[in-house]
Design a protein around this ligand. Sequence first.
Ligand code: 5CA
Length: 447
Amino acid sequence: MRLSKYFLPILKENPKDAEIVSHRLMARAGMIKQQAAGIYSWLPLGKRVLDKVCDIVREEQNRAGAIEILMPTIQPSDLWKESGRYDDYGKEMLRIEDRMEREMLFGPTNEEMVTDIFRSYVKSYKDLPLNLYHIQWKFRDERRPRFGVMRGREFLMKDAYSFDLDYEASKAAYNRMFVSYLRTFERCGLKSIPMRADTGPIGGNLSHEFIVLAETGESEVFCHRDFERFDVPPADVDYNDDAVMASIVEKWTTPFAATDEIMEKEEWAQDAWKALGDDAKVSARGIEVGHIFHFGTKYSEPMNAYVQGPDGKQHFVSMGSYGIGPSRLLGAIIEASHDENGIIWPKNVAPFDIGLINMKPGDAGCDAACEKLEAALENAGLEVLYDDTDERAGAKFATADLIGLPIQVIAGPRSVAEGNVEIKIRATGERETVSIDDAINRLAQGR
Ligand code: 5CA
């Protein structure tokens, strides 16, 4: 992609209301534009990263056996009246009336709708287990939308819903999602810690939040230092083996970890925290990037979602729901990975792999070198953003650091005359002069 033909509206100033670094950097790097409180347009650079995060989320959901569907953003109120949540949800729910004066709403979550899909088609335990997910925009009329995409009113959510015959099977489904979350966040370049959590309006009595530690996190969290050295399960972990899944969950839930809400409410948590030695204690702020719930028959009973069991009797299905906020994840990734000059994208979610900087467009040598590099790197399957604009070199460097592509390749007239370019690693600032052919070979091979 040539920058001269791209749409990358860089801002020089920080937006006034941007309290945290990820919000400032996303706005300045031309990733998002606020349209109303907590409502954003996604500009090309932001959209690319959002898509990459969604691809990772999708791959890991599929790997764990979940099946993708797409439910609408607008829902009829009837389903929510069946579950009893239409009144419970209060002002966070955006209620809409259509032209026939029917009560509709912009979905804040989809437990009711997916339960309706399930009960319409599934009648036998033989069709279980089933886990359906979608990645869709949600709306919650948050009292205090803030921190950019981190606490939006309109935000993207991956929400999965599992259906099983009984508690045991449902717990196995919960464990599969638990493991897939560890993998998902790690692939996004984040270390997440699962913590016992409050269930709020979703309900149920078993729930974990996946928390990324960051100074600007909204919740205060408490956990054991052991988490720092835990390895995330590999891609070929066997999701079909319930015992393997249970042992991973056991490992990751044994050291103490809890959010402030749990600490306030539960005496056992306060006692467990007090019992920890000072050197084992990590008390920090964290960002909730995922939240999983087991709530059994909370929705299946009032909504009559049951299957015929092996005993010939009808059983209300046991359910769980599993959320990730891809839009919030972008903020969390930037909070965890930036410096004073801008964003530092982890490789897997970077909007482009390489920023190619032509320091003197119009110079025959620079143009030829850049064109050669652009073509060769793209042929090798790398995504290149080629800065062929007439900006000053200083402004180009500042933009490259701000948008945070992992590698910069810099072509200036003097080095190009000697057949060389400079490679700069964004994360470390390391620079190296190499021949153009070496640069192509090394970058194409990912070295
Ligand atoms: N139905 C359940 C799980 S599918 C549910 O709604 N869970 S939730 O309320 O915890 O939200 C799931 C995830 O969505 C959160 O972990 C968070 O990553 C994201 N999320 C929730 N509210 C917001 C918000 N206002 N802005 C951005 N992301 C949000």
